[in-house]
Design a protein around this ligand. Structure first.
Ligand code: GLC
Ligand code: CA
Length: 606
């Protein structure tokens, strides 16, 4: 195994003395998808010991916080986002002792650990759900149980309480013969939604969260947390229930209506989040919480993350990663700089005076940005595109998130056949859209999966050029749970680690800038050239210190927008170039010529 133990950053660099913001204002978070990070026992699945063995690499990269996707006990229907015991580790990943060791080893290196918290739903194998199947059990009301539609035989087609479809395909209602009723699941049928209206549910969740905080974790990434409050009428009914006009709700091409608007940012969200803050975090220090927030607008983000409202520290908004889909996730449309800028600008503007932003392009649900909006067809284009999108993201105001392998420029999987996919979303979507509803051709669906499917982010971490990429031993007993990308021979950590010009070297610089440059960390954000079709430009200002960020997000050269040229006047000196996706000399020439090369980005000290 390559030795990545080097240059651990001193604590002083991580502190944020320059600004009145909390510690995480200049922190960088790194997301690990444990199943795909590092396998140590040859079963083809990453594990906790594997993560511990790679902490020196993360310390070298310079990140401050590690977010772990779920490692709790789980039947793994949705790779751990279906939890059957919140207070245990799944044997696939290790033991509670392994978790304690990971915490201690991370803390020793100044790294914090944030765990995923999946409490919109549990697994259907969780003891709470099993108890809830009995109407006389104290847990009877812990989930969204509903009788069949009046006049219909329970369990027969059309008897579902309403026409909601699951985001993972099929009806959002599952009939349980034992209870004789249906339960709501926005996600898979093995992920029943918890009933947050019931105070006992909330208490149990907070108790569990306190247990983890007391064990020494540093906060949570809260899975679809803004979907825990549902919109019900004054009788507690969901839309279409009880024989009301079910057909009034628009039905999509797959034959279902969407629960989304009734389940996102519901009426009691602020109340629940504030209660959680009081019950779990009051009196604690040094933690951070980030909520996954599909359907939350930039304005609502401001409110929820404003410290005076005592809810969450930051949220993941999704409007900016929806720019290449229309109607359905599987109906993809081309990337346009303008659309990305409009969405990100709205997010930045909304938190100018209060609240905070998180910054991300990649996670375990999103394809790799370099394949999605960049160009991964050859080495040079790939590296330039990875740097351009990295620079753009990391120079915004907010807390940046790096998803494992993003710092190497890892690409989409480029799977060509359905049996290479593992994700239930992909497999269900294919079945439903191609075989059942027949609303998409097989070719078009395979193309959409290859572009936007979640498994693109889930292929094993590429550590080196060996068979299985160093993710697991070359002679491991089991194959990796999902195919290793063949491009690991070229794109891997061992190859990039010592090269300052690699994508990895570039990410180290981005991270260091956030630690060391108060303007990057917290300076005001102001948009320039709002209409440019190729170049995304803005300034960051902190007192009299101003930096300019200008990035060409296309594979063609681009004229410097007028507004940017004006600001730069006679051109710039090499010493003003803080960072470039090419190099400083190239940047100076491009500015002088008034033209940026393809994927050229420069950060300039004004
Ligand atoms: C979130 C997770 C995703 C999961 C879903 C259901 O969106 O990020 O991976 O499938 O919630 O838990
Ligand atoms: Ca393993």
């Amino acid at each position: 195994m390559t030795d990545f133990n080097r240059s651990i950053l001193p604590d002083a660099v991580r502190s944020n003395g320059a600004t009145p913001n909390p510690w995480w204002a200049n922190a960088v978070v790194y997301q690990i998808y444990p199943r795909s990070f590092q396998d140590t026992n040859g079963d083809g699945v990453g594990d906790l010991k594997g993560i511990t063995s790679r902490l020196d690499y993360l310390a070298d990269l310079g990140v401050d916080v590690v977010w772990l996707s779920p490692v709790y006990r789980s039947p793994q229907d949705d790779n751990g986002y279906d939890i059957s015991d919140y207070q245990d580790i799944d044997p696939l990943f290790g033991t509670l002792e392994d978790m304690d060791e990971l915490l201690a080893e991370a803390h020793r290196r100044g790294l914090k650990i944030v765990m995923d918290l999946v409490v919109n739903h549990t697994s259907d194998e969780h003891a709470w759900f099993q108890a809830s199947r009995d109407k006389d059990d104290p847990h009877a009301d812990w989930y969204w149980w509903r009788p069949a539609r009046p006049g219909h035989e329970p369990g027969t087609p059309g008897a579902e309480p309403n026409r909601w479809g699951s985001y993972f395909g099929g009806s959002a209602w599952q009939y349980d013969p034992k209870r004789g009723e249906y339960y709501l699941h926005q996600y898979s049928r093995k992920q029943p939604d918890l009933n947050w209206e019931n105070p006992e549910v909330r208490k149990a969740v907070y108790r569990m969260m306190n247990w983890w905080m007391d064990r020494g974790i540093d906060g949570f990434r809260m899975d679809v947390i803004t979907q825990v409050s549902k919109t019900v009428d004054k009788n507690g009914k969901l839309p279409g229930e009880d024989g009301s006009e079910i057909e009034d709700y628009p039905v999509g091409e797959e034959g279902y209506s969407s629960p989304f608007s009734w389940c996102s940012d519901g009426p009691r969200i602020d109340e629940f989040l504030a209660e959680m803050r009081r019950e779990v975090f009051e009196g604690r220090e040094g933690y951070m919480n980030v909520g996954e927030a599909p359907g939350i607008t930039p304005d609502r983000n401001e409110f929820i993350t404003d410290p005076k409202n005592g809810e969450l520290d930051m949220l993941f908004l999704f409007d900016h990663v929806g720019i290449d889909q229309e109607g359905s996730k599987w109906n993809t449309v081309p990337f346009e700089v303008r659309n990305l800028r409009t969405r990100l600008a709205a997010q930045q503007e909304a938190v100018k005076d209060a609240g905070w932003a998180s910054l991300f392009f990649c996670n375990h649900d999103q394809p790799r940005v370099v394949s999605r909006w960049g160009d991964d067809s050859d080495r040079e284009s790939r590296e330039l595109g990875a740097k351009a999108f990295g620079m753009l993201l990391h120079m915004h105001r907010g807390t940046p998130y790096i998803y494992e392998g993003e710092e190497l420029g890892m690409t989409n999987a480029h799977f060509t056949s359905l049996d290479q996919y593992r994700d239930l979303e992909a497999i269900n979507a294919y079945r439903q859209r191609v075989e059942e509803a027949r609303c998409q051709s097989p070719e078009s669906m395979m193309a959409a999966l290859a572009l936007i499917g979640r498994d693109n982010a889930r292929t094993p971490m590429q550590w080196d050029a060996s068979r299985y990429a160093g993710f697991t031993a070359p002679d491991a007993a089991a194959e990796p749970w999902i195919g290793v990308n063949p491009n690991h021979v070229e794109i891997n950590a061992a190859e990039e680690f010592d090269d300052p010009d690699s994508v990895y070297g570039f990410y180290k610089k981005l991270i260091a800038m956030r630690h060391n440059n108060a303007t990057v960390a917290t300076g005001e954000w102001n948009l320039l050239a709002a209409d440019d079709e190729q170049v995304y430009a803005f300034t960051r200002t902190n007192g009299d210190d101003t930096i300019l960020v200008v990035v060409n997000l296309t594979d063609k050269s681009a004229g410097l927008p007028g507004e940017v040229a004006e600001l730069l006047g006679d051109g710039v000196a090499e010493s003003q170039i803080l960072l470039s996706t090419y190099d400083a000399v190239h940047g100076v020439k491009s500015i002088a010529r008034g033209e940026l090369a393809r994927w050229e980005g420069v950060v300039i000290q004004l």
